[in-house]
Design a protein around this ligand. Structure first.
Ligand code: TRP
Ligand code: ZN
Length: 505
């Protein structure tokens, strides 16, 4: 089949992701004839990175790589092993603002390892043991290098136990002021994207290494300690502390793990047999609880378009700290209160956005931060669908088509929205509105091209086929072509990779 030029570029981009060992600069993803945008900082060659996740020698034992060659965050994650489970035993004391932790990490070596790295920006490490033997550690710049007493053979499962404690430090890799570990008046919030987990536990911090989690948090008994998944137990312990134990049994990307401690009104219930836990900070009016309770109604609607809800628990947490964000933390998004006090048809649109991420972002995760549109474009499109379904009046329009038309008209030819390609926005523009709005417009352009019948088969099929793993833009395009029977490379090229306004679909 003859493929337009954009298609070849996409194919090259995909090859770049598969050949991880070389860590060559990512292809720009733009046709040769398009002039480079001087405001872009990442389209050019990336600085070379020492990065070889697959160790090439069979006989020798080498250090695991300090990064996974992500296009935007080459040092994120580590090579040479794959984590299955994190068991975090944490104690947070707001009186001293200290976090103590014992992280038990079960992993399998994917290479012969003499040393391996964990990403870490948390309180001081006291000790690390590997398979019950004391291990040597070295720390620099967010990388905890562990030398186990015995080298680890490829294919071997091993257990790391790291003990740490003290005041959580700042998170230098943070993209926003409120990412990482935030101390609040009455507790703390661990939250953030693209990286945040390393602020509170040693981790293989990349969405490509998903794992299950047990998160047990001990806090003074008058406070709540909220996290992901199912609340397995809440037990009073010594010294007036209570331990809240949470279990996320579906594989989770590290940045989707959260810990929220403070004075919260916690409401528990069930929905379709799944436990629901919602929590609202006690300083906020009870109208917030009523709005957050729409979570189950939104889930019911989203299931009609995306297929079955992918996790075994649900809920949401509204905090009073000025995050400026909501985040799709797995099974239990965290919302800034500001979404709940504006009278613009309520907060159900942001609930729809974060819950849509449970399918797109959390259950199906991105394999490379460059492909963030697969999260944000989908979640924004879900907002538009929800607004049309529920009659929620929000900027854009009453229907999805009207919303698309509004954005297409409002953004004139030379707006940055058309110059930032959502398929490769650059690290500095990871959360640019091109990723959200133009990303959602990409899906609408796809819908216009393949028709409603095919489009509404593509969305749930993407969620079910890639469930609990990662998915790439190439795989999404292949699925859309498979279901529609159409050649779609030009469409995706125009909408995801071109630095100019695509033709109206
Ligand atoms: N992914 C979040 C959303 O779209 C937004 C977000 C971007 C965010 N960067 C963040 C949230 C940093 C918390 C911290 O809903
Ligand atoms: Zn989002």
């Amino acid at each position: 089949m003859a493929r337009p030029r954009g298609a070849r570029r996409l194919a090259v981009a995909a090859a770049g992701l598969i050949l991880l060992t070389a860590c060559t600069p990512p292809p720009p993803g733009l046709p040769d004839s398009d002039p480079p945008d001087p405001t872009r900082t990442v389209l050019g060659p990336q600085p070379p990175v020492e990065c070889a996740p697959v160790v090439d020698t069979e006989a020798s034992f080498d250090p695991g790589a300090p990064g996974l060659c992500d296009s935007y965050y080459p040092q994120a994650g580590n090579g040479g092993y794959d984590v299955e489970d994190y068991h975090l035993d944490l104690t947070y004391d707001p009186a001293t603002q200290t976090l103590r932790g014992v992280a038990t990490i079960t992993a399998t070596a994917t290479a012969n390892l003499r040393t391996f790295n964990l990403d870490y920006y948390g309180p001081d490490i006291e000790s690390v043991r590997v398979d019950d033997q004391s291990a040597a550690t070295e720390y620099s710049g967010g990388e905890l290098v562990v030398t186990p007493a015995e080298p680890i053979e490829a294919g071997t499962r091993f257990t790391i136990v790291a003990r740490y404690g003290g005041k959580p430090r700042g998170y230098p890799g943070a993209s926003g002021p409120s990412t990482g570990f935030l101390v609040t008046d009455d507790g703390a919030i661990a939250l953030g994207q693209p990286q945040s987990a390393a602020a509170w536990f040693p981790v293989n911090d990349h969405p490509r290494d998903k794992a299950t989690y047990t998160i047990a948090i001990s806090v003074p008994s008058n406070l709540a300690a909220l996290s992901n998944g199912v609340l397995e137990s809440r037990r009073e312990g010594p010294m007036g502390f209570t331990t809240w134990t949470w279990r996320e049994s579906s594989p989770m990307a590290p940045y989707l793990a959260t810990m929220v401690v403070g004075n919260y009104r916690v409401v528990t219930g069930t929905h379709d047999g799944r436990p629901v836990v919602t929590a609202v900070h006690t300083s906020l009016p009870t109208s917030v609880d009523a709005e957050l309770a729409r979570t189950t109604e939104v889930i019911d609607y989203l299931q009609t378009v995306f297929g079955p809800y992918p996790f075994d628990a649900l809920g949401g947490i509204v905090v009073n700290a000025p995050l400026g964000y909501a985040l799709e933390t797995q099974a239990r998004p965290v919302y800034d209160q500001s979404f709940f006090n504006v009278d613009q048809g309520g907060a159900s649109w942001v609930i729809a956005h974060e819950l849509a991420h449970q399918w797109y972002g959390d259950s199906v995760s991105i394999d490379d931060w460059r492909e963030i549109w697969l999260n944000e474009g989908f979640a924004t499109y879900a907002e538009w669908l929800w607004n049309e379904h529920s009659g929620t009046q929000r900027s854009g329009g009453a229907t999805v088509q009207a919303t698309f038309d509004t954005w297409y008209r409002i953004f004139s030819d030379n707006e940055r929205l058309w110059r930032v390609p959502p398929g490769d926005p650059g690290a500095d523009d990871l959360f640019h509105q091109a990723v959200y709005i133009r990303g959602a417009m990409t899906l609408h352009a796809l819908r216009r091209t393949v028709g409603d019948e095919a489009f509404f088969r593509i969305l749930p099929e993407w969620a079910s086929r890639q469930k609990d793993t990662t998915g790439t833009t190439m795989e999404f395009i292949a699925l859309a072509e498979e279901i529609s029977g159409q050649e779609l490379d030009q469409l995706f090229h125009d909408w995801l990779y071109s630095p100019k306004r695509p033709p109206r679909p």
